[in-house]
Design a protein around this ligand. Structure first.
Ligand code: HEM
Length: 552
């Protein structure tokens, strides 16, 4: 007691410089103690990783901001092995055997605290933001009817409208010979946003028709960058309460402002859809078009008897536009990139498409789902460029988690670095080569190796927290690819083709970030992607010609 009084008296008697020196001393001592603890007694101290990443989350924040996190993770696993400590409290585990234990239905984990900031501007958690396992399962029950087999059959008709339009726009100017060069990244993006808005709200953004709404992808990109890195800031607990408010604009700059602008856009779309539903209800009618929000607005939880609140709907609205449009868009442009760089794969696919369908009206399920090479091309593209390529944090729950000989205590984050796993040569021989045949059993590819490849392919993740839009994505991607390739020949544009390695940057809108100096972005044969929760890209530049032989 006495010593505290003496200390207090000395403090009061001290001069400003003395106070400043003492404060700096305390500050430095605090960090020395914290860093020493993280390198010695912390439960993850024994795991390898870059030194700065083992003592702080700042390297992770920086790579998230740059869009290069997946490349950084790849480099780390090459250097340190299958288990890497990429943050003070976080591990990424790149073994296929760990996947069911981290993502399976019985995994003793929940989503990590990064998810708390994901859709924070919306005012309520989206389904993806629900960290509590029980509440998440409840939200999934609301979404389930919108993604059921029946809903998918309805969705196919709506997606076809955008796919037909995509083929017409990509093919414009190709009637008399090869067209001018076109950036397929842009057209794929417009397709992704148009089909998801048409399907989601019954009203397309119309980007394939006019440039009026073409600002939305740029704003979403900016919002995603912000949300991605902010969630990992070491002092996020202090920042989170300010998020979603006007203060966000001042602190976070343009990217934070775009995050709010994006939320407002999604909210206004939803408000218009709710109004339409109310008008229909007042007239005792049901919407003829069964779009996603038809299901969500009429969904009643079978156990609780409750409907979703407006705030929850708003959060899901922002999520569905982002999650639905961009995953499909990047996969479509990446698929074209790989096909066009390996003409033998392109001709195999074109042949399969043109011998399977009689005319454009014929392009639909169930036949659409019976083309093995088409499906394999998409699986291979999603292997090479998973739109969510980096480790998504899962926090170990009470009781801990045993994976092989390692025990992970409660509270630490574990996760699967999907891009790293997808380039594991032990599972995918020649991992940088686009080889759809690795997903089709044949005399040269055993059924066991196909099963191994499929089990280690996680673009949609697996288990109860996986992507609910997986089947819808495959339908959208197949419709788009088949409609374009059924009626048109496509080739890489002469000169700059875009998309790969250093030559990738065509359009200032997309290509920021980059770690060329570290040798991570040098692969010309790899479709370049920037990981900001959703993947961003540019190119390929293509020329298009109307198919020579008119379909019968
Ligand atoms: C190629 C396209 C797509 C890919 C690769 C993809 C991938 C993923 C992944 C990996 C997740 C899990 C994220 C996490 O755990 O944080 C996810 C979640 C989600 N995706 Fe997709 N997605 C795609 C397209 C779609 C589409 C078309 C929709 C809807 C229309 C959609 C809706 C959702 C939703 C609602 C979630 C949150 C699910 C939950 O938390 O329960 N996605 N997606």
């Amino acid at each position: 007691m006495l010593s505290i009084e003496i200390l207090y008296a000395r403090w009061r008697a001290s001069t400003y410089p003395q106070v400043a020196i003492l404060s700096i001393g305390l500050f430095v001592s605090y960090f020395i103690i914290v860093f020493t603890y993280r390198l010695t007694f912390h439960p993850l101290a024994k795991y390898p990783g870059p030194l700065f990443a083992r003592i702080s989350d700042w390297p992770l924040v920086i790579y998230c901001y740059r869009g290069d996190r997946h490349l950084w993770e790849y480099k780390n696993h090459q250097k340190y092995g299958p288990i890497v400590r990429y943050g003070a409290n976080s591990l990424s585990i790149s073994t296929a055997s760990s996947v069911p234990l981290i993502h399976g239905p019985k995994a003793n984990v929940k989503k990590g605290s990064w998810y708390k900031t994901l859709d924070i501007s919306a005012g309520a958690p989206s389904v993806q933001m629900e960290i509590d396992k029980h509440r998440h399962a409840l939200r999934r029950r609301f979404l389930a009817p919108a993604f059921s087999e029946r809903a998918l059959r309805e969705a196919e008709k709506l997606i076809t409208v955008s796919a037909v339009k995509l083929a017409a726009k990509v093919g414009a100017g190709s009637e008399k010979g090869w067209s001018e060069a076109k950036n397929l990244c842009d057209w794929s993006t417009y397709f992704g946003f148009d089909f998801i808005s048409d399907l989601g709200y019954g009203e397309s953004f119309g980007m394939l028709d006019s440039p009026e709404s073409a600002w939305i992808p740029g704003v979403l990109k900016s919002a995603s960058i912000f949300i991605y890195y902010v969630g990992y800031l070491p002092f996020i607990e202090f920042v989170r309460p300010l998020m979603g408010s006007a203060i966000q604009d001042y602190i976070g700059g343009q990217e934070a402002a775009d995050s709010l602008k994006y939320t407002e856009m999604a909210n206004s779309r939803l408000a218009a859809r709710i109004k339409l539903e109310e008008e229909l209800r007042a007239e005792n009618k049901e919407s003829e078009r069964k779009d996603t929000f038809h299901y969500l607005l009429n969904s009643i939880d079978p156990v609780t008897g409750k409907r979703l609140t407006v705030e929850q709907l708003q959060a899901d609205s922002a999520l569905i536009i982002a999650a639905g449009s961009d995953g499909v868009a990047i996969t479509l442009s990446a698929c074209f990139f790989y096909l066009l760089h390996d003409p033998s794969t392109l001709s195999t696919l074109v042949n399969e498409i043109r011998t399977s369908f009689i005319d454009i009206e014929d392009i639909k399920t169930p036949k659409l789902n019976t083309l093995p090479y088409l499906h394999a091309c998409l699986e291979e593209t999603l292997r090479l460029n998973p739109p969510k390529p980096s480790t998504l944090p899962r926090e170990v729950l009470k009781g801990g988690l045993q994976i092989d000989e390692h025990f992970y205590p409660p509270g630490v984050n574990v996760g699967t670095p999907v891009y790293v796993l997808h380039h594991d040569p032990g599972i995918f021989p020649e991992p940088w080569t686009f080889n759809p045949s690795r997903f089709i059993a044949s005399p040269t590819v055993s059924a066991e190796s196909v099963a191994r490849a499929k089990a280690a392919s996680l673009p949609f993740l697996v288990g109860p927290l996986n992507c609910i839009g997986k089947n819808m994505s495959y339908i959208a991607l197949k419709l788009a690819l088949v409609h374009v390739l059924f009626s048109h020949d496509v080739r890489l544009a002469e000169g700059v083709s875009g998309g790969g390695g250093r030559a990738g940057k065509l359009n200032a809108c997309w290509g920021v970030g980059g770690t060329e100096e570290e040798g991570l972005r040098g692969r010309e044969g790899e479709y370049q992607m920037w990981d900001w929760i959703i993947g961003f890209r540019d190119g390929p530049m293509v020329e298009v010609k109307k198919r020579a032989v008119e379909p019968m």
